[in-house]
Design a protein. Structure first.
Length: 612
């Protein structure tokens, strides 16, 4: 098994797999103090991820120390510990690890319980999952050019109460199982998805509708809404995973609006199960009932045209209780169109709005780091903005500040360190914690990005003579962007013939003199790929040039990272009111947006059909 976590966004995690087949294992209903014989078998299948589907411990208490002790005991279980050391662990919860049998939104300790659950999964103390209400999350896996998305739902935190009469759950016709915030998030995850396979995990069964116990059918409006969301966005390759039942089974349903049968694999019983058959009605069941200890396995491989998914329910000694294979269409995302700035061919890319990641993805990796840049490539960013400095021995390196103190464990000026000395330092993340990332050279970044993504080199105007030879050496001239406020003739002198190869972006700023003639000269002599606007006032000189640019073949570029560049329609307001921030800029005609929140912006644009 060979995989690498490339990045994490607020609610989405990305992992690329180097093998031809992605392997996911999953299961539920696990008591920490019972024998756990399946972990060796699971490890032998070499999964890239293990997915918990709920009842991961049986906490059943409002005493958080009780839950904490049980989680800690599970983490020390010998064979599980071995699996967790080499496999990515993700998951959601159900009632017993939530804290109370048949638990719902009325559980008094749900906030505290959420933090313990995230501790169990290994989430950092600064994880955004600790700020939301509920443990829902999404995870993307790359297998070649195929994307698989795993969406894990929280069916407890916001669930409305359900009554039982003689042990039978009664439908709550007005009730909800997810809560509006989670519904909104789920719709964004689906609407903006470029995945070919969507694996949706739920602690409770979604398709089965006949048995007397907890299930989505107890909330008819929610179940209907879920299916309608899948149909609305014609989501490809949906496979549901569920737990709870202390047995395993497979159900299938053809959802109106989808052109394939949707499978649901229920795997429940890591430490305890029915052990004997008993009556259980499920009109959608296509497998035998499996009343023994079990876990589930998905093996996903792809070609250019199709994806093969092998679905298994397995038991001890690797015994396979049930197996099926299904072929899905491969929704491969087209290769990125880098474009040039030559006359008549000045598109930056194929998307209606391009996303520029300011200093890479510094939410889940250090700013200006190779890990952060790889994150951006994986999540589908169009352009990475980065900063170039020179070492003492005149080697271009990628770091924003003139000094090392804020972003590394070094001190003093970057220019006082040789490259060899810089490479002994480690980068800090946004919270100031040291990571394993090193200060990258510009050449390392160019090779990482070659034929994959555009690089916008900031802090580079005075280093052109050092940078251009590297671009020529690495073959990356045509995918490298320079932004400058130089008039055309001075830019031509500085860059020479390379001006016709690089992506050159003139600045339009309020404080610049003779702005109209400056813009006209560029449009007449070069038709730049874009102009970058820096606007402090809607009545300023820069904003007055916007219509001229939007009516030309050049694009309008603005940094939403800064309030005084974007007329205060910036990332800050867009975090909670994107229609007042990013949408406003787009409506003005800006089609290249720089942001500190690339994943959130991408998700928003995808819901608006403005980005693939």
């Amino acid at each position: 098994m060979n995989s690498k976590v490339f990045g994490q966004s607020t609610l989405e995690r990305i992992l690329s797999v180097k093998e031809d087949t992605l392997v996911l294992a999953f299961g539920s209903c696990n008591k920490h103090d019972l024998p756990q014989p399946l972990w060796k078998d699971i490890s032998n299948d070499k999964p890239h991820s293990w997915i918990w589907l709920g009842d991961n411990i049986y906490g059943d208490s409002e005493d958080m120390q009780v839950l904490k002790t049980k989680y800690e005991s599970q983490l020390q279980q010998k064979e599980y510990k071995k699996l967790a050391s080499v496999t990515r662990i993700i998951g959601t919860w159900d009632d017993h690890d939530f804290g109370v049998n048949d638990g719902n939104r009325t559980y008094a300790k749900k906030e505290e319980s959420q933090q313990l659950f995230l501790d169990f999964l290994g989430e950092s103390k600064s994880s955004p999952l600790r700020l939301q209400k509920g443990v829902y999350s999404s995870h993307r896996y790359k297998v070649g050019r195929t994307t698989v998305k795993v969406i894990l739902l929280d069916v407890r935190y916001h669930q409305d109460p359900v009554n039982r009469i003689d042990g039978v759950c009664q439908p709550n016709f007005k009730g909800d199982i997810l809560g509006e915030a989670q519904w909104k998030w789920l719709e964004q995850e689906l609407a903006g998805s470029d995945a070919s396979i969507h694996i949706i995990g739920s602690g409770l069964q979604i398709i089965p509708a006949d048995h007397k116990d907890e299930k989505w059918e107890n909330f008819p409006k929610s179940r209907k809404r879920f299916f309608e969301l899948l149909a609305k966005y014609k989501i490809p390759g949906v496979i549901v995973l569920s737990g709870d039942r202390h047995m395993a089974e497979v159900s299938t349903l053809t959802v109106e609006g989808l052109d394939y049968p949707m499978y649901e694999i229920t795997s429940s019983g890591l430490t305890h199960a029915w052990e004997t058959l008993k009556p259980d009605v499920n009109r959608y069941r296509i497998s035998p009932i499996i009343p023994f200890l079990n876990y589930g396995l998905l093996k996903i491989s792809s070609t250019n045209d199709s994806i093969q998914v092998r679905m298994e329910i397995k038991g001890q000694q690797g015994f396979t209780y049930w197996l099926d294979e299904h072929t899905y269409k491969n929704q491969i995302t087209p290769s990125y169109n880098l474009g040039t700035n030559r006359l008549g061919a000045n598109k930056v890319g194929a998307n209606k709005v391009q996303v520029v990641a300011h200093r890479g993805d510094w939410f889940w990796a250090p700013e200006n780091s190779l890990a952060g840049f790889q994150n951006c490539i994986e999540m589908g960013v169009d352009i990475i903005e980065l900063d170039v400095r020179l070492s003492k021995d005149s080697i271009p390196v990628v770091i924003h500040d003139l000094t090392l103190d804020r972003t590394t464990n070094g001190a003093g000026n970057v220019a006082d360190y040789t490259l060899k000395a810089l490479k002994t330092l480690y980068l800090k993340d946004a919270t100031g914690v040291l990571t394993k990332e090193r200060v990258p050279t510009l050449e390392e970044v160019l090779l990482l990005a070659k034929n994959r993504i555009i690089l916008y080199l900031d802090k580079s105007a005075d280093k052109v003579e050092r940078i251009l030879p590297l671009l020529q050496k690495t073959g990356t001239l045509k995918q490298t962007m320079f932004v400058s406020d130089l008039p055309y003739e001075k830019a031509r002198k500085q860059f020479g013939n390379s001006l016709d190869s690089i992506l050159f972006v003139p600045v339009i700023a309020d404080q610049m003199s003779n702005l109209s003639s400056y813009v006209d000269e560029y449009l007449a002599k070069m038709q730049p790929v874009a102009f970058q606007f820096r606007m402090k006032s809607p009545g300023g000189a820069a904003y007055s040039q916007l219509r001229k640019i939007t009516q030309s073949s050049s694009k309008a570029f603005v940094a939403a990272t800064w309030a005084d560049h974007s007329l205060r329609h910036d990332d800050q307001i867009s975090r909670t009111h994107p229609d007042q921030g990013w949408r406003w800029l787009i409506e003005q005609g800006f089609t290249i947006l720089e942001t500190n929140r690339p994943q959130q912006l991408l998700e928003y644009l995808r819901t608006q059909k403005l980005h693939k």
